[in-house]
Design a protein around this ligand. Structure first.
Ligand code: NAD
Length: 477
């Protein structure tokens, strides 16, 4: 039996993928290294008095590239958080932002904590103290470093961070722009919570608009009826699965969570599973579908589309050979290790890479940041004006209609939709859809045009590294 190769760390995995791509580029000496390396990682250890004693926590904020500022990237809460992980995630943020033209450098943060062990008040104390440590070093700052939610954090934590920054910077008129992913009533934007999952849906819709690409994945037709397996029914996985099932007719045949997996070839009800998890803490005991404790086994079930949406490294040297899906969309960051990527490529599996697939989050974060800096909700100035102009046309058509008799009628449904001016949510979804379509087209152009580029990941790296290199050149490097 062949000796299994050693699995690289997450950071090494990202670097290996980066290296594969830069080998195909003609970058000036030194620039390649400048782009690859992580500029700085700050480690903070702080104590918080809780439950009658001082608890010490360890957190990180890593800045990968400052070719554009502010730098941007989520804050993750989990016991697996470490320096290697935040540096890998910060690097991915650099490439992701460049790819979707979000004008940010890459950063990422993490706190080593199990959020399930602490109640809401305690989590607020811990989050505020972490935010204080970062903000006093400008590692949270509207023009220098803007965090967002990631695994284990959500809009609640972002609201605490924004408020902590505001308390420390009482005269900063742009204080709200120091973090994105906030609740709408605390300066957030409509559509941010769903954004990453929504982006996964838009990415798949765009992929299925190109029959040659669908054929490369050994599939045919559209999304309707495609069997989908989702790992992680958190923010990203839940929204992706929900939209694909409800709006595109996909069948969610398996859901894998931290405590096991559910399988039902007729399809699982995403809302019901989500509600069960919220009530019981996991999928165990869910009344329909076949439950297995070792949920990752379901990654290996036959399906059309596999969506790892939980964490990194879940498709690795240990299971890559047994993965049957011919299309994988990386909703999580780094779910496929560099070694597994090689095995899957050899098998002809098409992988829609993380830096593109989950870029919906940072794209809508960008919109939120712009909203905060401009101090006005998108659509506020133009909506009524747009509605009035549409009303004028409808009035005129109805006048002609009366003039021509019963020859034609404006359907009430058309009228309702046409008369409605775009509000913030419609504008955000439109901007996100446009970004996902445009970015996919850039990647697929490289994928199809270059003989030496065999996969979408390498194509995505080529596009994004090219943009980062152009920014550095513009800075005179
Ligand atoms: P989340 O905390 O909301 O959800 C993660 C889910 O995965 C949870 O339901 C958790 O129980 C489950 N999970 C944990 N370990 C698991 C395991 N071993 N097997 C199966 N399920 C497991 O996190 P999220 O925000 O949805 O992030 C998920 C992934 O998406 C991460 O890789 C994150 O970096 C990436 N991502 C998130 C965003 C965002 O906007 N939230 C943006 C881009 C990328």
């Amino acid at each position: 039996m062949a000796t299994p190769r050693k699995e690289p760390t997450f950071r090494e995995s990202v670097d290996l993928m980066f290296n594969r791509a830069v080998a195909l580029m003609d970058l000036p000496p030194g620039l390649e290294e400048k782009i690859r390396v992580c500029n700085a990682t700050y480690t903070v250890r702080f104590g918080v008095r809780l439950r009658g004693q001082i608890h010490t926590f360890t957190g990180y904020r890593s800045v990968h590239s400052e070719h554009m500022e502010p730098v941007k990237g989520g804050i993750r809460y989990g016991m697996g958080v470490n320096q290697d992980e935040v540096e890998a995630l910060a690097a991915l943020m650099t490439y992701k932002c460049a790819l979707v033209d979000a004008p940010f450098g890459g950063s990422k943060g993490g706190l080593r904590i199990d959020p399930r062990e602490w109640d809401e008040y305690e989590l607020e104390m811990i989050t505020r103290r972490f935010a204080y440590e970062l903000a006093k070093r400008d590692l949270i700052h509207p023009s220098q470093n803007v965090p967002a939610p990631d695994m284990g954090t959500g809009e609640r934590e972002m609201a605490w961070i924004a408020d902590q920054y505001r308390r420390m910077n009482t005269t900063d008129i742009n204080a709200r722009a120091c973090v994105t992913g906030k609740p709408v009533n605390a300066g957030g934007i409509q559509g941010r919570t769903e954004a990453t999952g929504r982006g996964v849906q838009y990415a798949l819709q765009e992929f299925f608009r190109h029959p040659e690409d669908v054929k490369k994945a050994g599939l045919s037709g559209g999304l309707e009826g495609k069997r989908v397996i989702v790992q992680g029914l958190g923010n990203v996985g839940y929204h992706a699965a929900k939209f694909l099932a409800e709006e595109d007719g996909c069948i969610i045949t398996a859901i894998i969570e931290h405590d096991g997996g559910l399988y039902d070839e007729k399809g699982l009800n995403v809302e019901e599973v989500r509600a069960w998890i919220a009530k019981h803490g996991g999928v165990d005991g869910y009344p329909s579908g076949k439950y297995v404790r070792e949920g990752s086994k379901y990654l290996e079930e036959a399906c059309d589309i596999l969506i790892p949406a939980a964490m990194e490294g879940v498709i690795n040297l240990g299971n890559a050979e047994r993965i049957k899906a011919s299309l994988i969309i990386e909703a999580a960051n780094g779910p496929v290790t560099a070694g597994a990527d090689e095995i899957l490529r050899a098998k002809g599996t098409v992988i829609i890479p993380d830096m593109f697939a989950n870029a919906g989050g940072v794209t809508v974060s960008y919109f939120e940041w712009v909203k905060n800096l401009s101090h006005i909700r998108f659509g506020r100035m133009g909506r009524r004006q747009e509605e009035m102009r549409h009303q004028l046309i409808v009035n005129e058509l109805e006048r002609l209609d009366r003039h021509l008799g019963d020859a034609w009628v404006i359907s009430p449904d058309f009228k309702r939709k046409y008369l409605r001016g775009a509000g913030e949510l419609e504008l955000v979804r439109s901007g996100l859809d446009d970004t996902m379509c445009g970015s996919y087209q850039q990647i697929r152009e490289v994928w199809h045009a270059r003989q030496d580029v065999e996969d979408l990941r390498t194509a995505a790296y080529l596009v994004s590294i090219g943009k980062v290199a152009a920014s550095y050149r513009a800075l005179g490097l």
